[in-house]
Design a protein around this ligand. Structure first.
Ligand code: SF4
Length: 493
């Protein structure tokens, strides 16, 4: 494994010793690491501050194991830096139950039943139906998260309002017309089930961290609110330069809580002191949740303050997960540590059910064997209903690629020891460019790349499997589907 695309420096300042890792691509984004994880032979992990003695060991470890796993070091029972063999961990060993919160507020495949006619259409005709989209709009973010999945981004890769509007119009108006005209049988079935033609139902604005810093954000959201689309927002913070009223137009808002030394929004480096628009807290119609990535930067104080923010900010949920840049086995170990922490804090019960609004999302990479079984035709199933338009390359090419999912930036593969790319690579995972998005529903589902070759670490294998099964089901079976009425966010499957 090589790290030629990053500069790794051991430095110190008045706060203490740290490691700075800088991407060597055009924009040269960097992150500062002041903590690392100590792992002991019994599986216990402790997150600790980086000291002068440990700095060189860490640099060596990062060079060897990459910029994510390099921060996990092994220590013996006497707290000396050490080495020992470890067992692999099985997902079933982790204290976890997939409950209503995980199914509603994340993408597990559970909500796809509510859209079954599009898979019946796929089965009989071979044509996909794009009902969900996520747009980054630009690559601007003022945070410097250690787990950033797009550290290799270029700040100038931004889209215009017109390009964005045209993209959405094709998926909303044109797609509905197309289905009415050419696929009326399936369109009627879908209308009976959902009340609308087959077209875009849910749209997420996610940005390169902060979509609300995109210059046309308010204009776009105001226009979107005149359409019948559920809109979701994922952001790292709420800048003061736009009118807070705009947030009332969202179906849901998810605030990402970054490591506390990584955000300029946190007063005194405390996430709970950041500015949250009062209308978001008071609005009963908009779901408001937090997302937190567990890692070496986590301590019990942060977990306690996360818990306290539920009442203070009127939250609907807090989603906790681990760093997706880790390879499968390391990610599962991290999930295990997180689950045990949540259990000790009585946030989940002994089976893994959440006791309150904090839930654990057990999201982990797949394996090569699963990839071979799942994608017998060598095509990604998410491509048939979901589109993620990322603006990487827009400055140079005047257009940029769509992808079937956002996780192609974090496909850390254990078998090949390939580190996650931490950026979008349209030459591998790109489908169509934004100006041709209609081809995703006007042309038959086709192979742009083979997921067996490029996605064996896929984080959405369950979702792929659900689509595969729904597509293979008979109409009699599909008509018997009972849609779970407790699920929220049905239009973000
Ligand atoms: S990672 Fe999975 S969902 Fe994403 S493009 Fe590859 S196969 Fe599809």
């Amino acid at each position: 494994m090589t790290n030629q695309e990053y500069e790794i420096l051991a430095l110190n300042d008045k706060i203490g010793h740290y490691i700075r890792i800088r991407s060597l691509n055009k924009a040269k984004h960097f992150a500062v690491y002041r903590t690392f994880t100590k792992r002991f032979p019994n599986g216990k992990e402790v997150n600790a501050d980086i000291s002068e003695e440990i700095q060189d060991i860490l640099v060596k470890s990062i060079k060897e194991k990459g910029i994510t796993e390099g921060f996990i070091l092994k220590f013996d029972e006497n707290d000396n830096y050490s080495n020992f063999d470890e067992e692999k961990i099985n997902p079933d060993e982790i204290r976890h139950i997939s409950g209503n919160s995980e199914k509603s507020f994340t993408s597990t495949g559970a909500k796809l039943n509510a859209h079954w006619p599009i898979f019946h259409k796929l089965n009989e005709t071979g044509f996909g139906s794009i009902i969900r989209a996520t747009l980054t709009l630009h690559q601007v973010c003022s945070s410097r998260c250690q787990f950033c999945s797009t550290i290799n981004r270029n700040k100038k890769d931004s889209t215009t309002f017109e390009e964005t509007k045209e993209f959405i119009e094709k998926l909303y108006f044109d797609q509905a017309e197309y289905n009415k005209k050419y696929f009326s049988k399936y369109n009627d079935q879908y209308k009976k089930l959902t009340g609308s033609d087959i077209r875009l139902k849910g749209l997420i604005l996610s940005g390169g961290g902060q979509p609300n810093l995109w210059p046309h954000f308010e204009k776009l959201v105001n226009w979107l609110s005149s359409l019948d689309i559920d809109i979701g927002l994922i952001t790292n913070g709420f800048p003061k330069n736009i009118d807070d009223k705009i947030y009332d137009k969202f179906k849901w808002i998810r605030l990402s809580i970054t490591p506390e030394d990584a955000s300029p929004h946190y007063i005194d480096k405390k996430f709970n002191l950041q500015r949250i628009p009062q209308n978001i807290i008071d609005n009963k119609k908009t779901f408001f949740g937090l997302s937190y990535v567990y890692g070496p930067w986590t301590n019990d104080d942060i977990l306690k303050r996360l818990s306290l923010s539920i009442n203070k900010w009127n939250l609907d949920y807090i989603r906790m997960l681990t760093d997706c840049n880790l390879t499968r086995n390391e990610q599962l170990k991290s999930h295990n540590v997180l689950a045990e922490k949540l259990y000790k804090l009585s946030l989940i019960d002994k089976f893994g059910n959440n006791n309150g609004k904090i839930f654990h999302q057990l999201k982990f990479h797949g394996t090569e064997k699963e990839a071979e079984e799942l994608w017998s035709e060598g095509k990604c199933y998410l491509q048939t209903y979901n589109v993620f338009w990322d603006t990487t390359g827009h400055e140079t090419n005047g257009k940029s690629f769509c992808y079937p999912c956002d996780s192609v930036t974090v496909l850390a593969e254990e078998n090949t020891r390939q580190q996650s790319k931490r950026g979008f690579d349209g030459n591998i995972w790109g489908t169509v460019t934004n100006d041709k998005v209609e081809l995703l529903y006007k042309e038959k589902w086709k192979k742009f790349f083979d997921p067996r070759k490029h996605c064996s670490a896929c984080l959405f294998m369950k979702n792929n499997k659900v689509v595969k099964d729904l597509t293979a089901s008979s109409i009699q079976k599909l008509k018997q589907i009972k849609i779970d009425k407790d699920l929220e966010h049905i239009n973000f499957p």
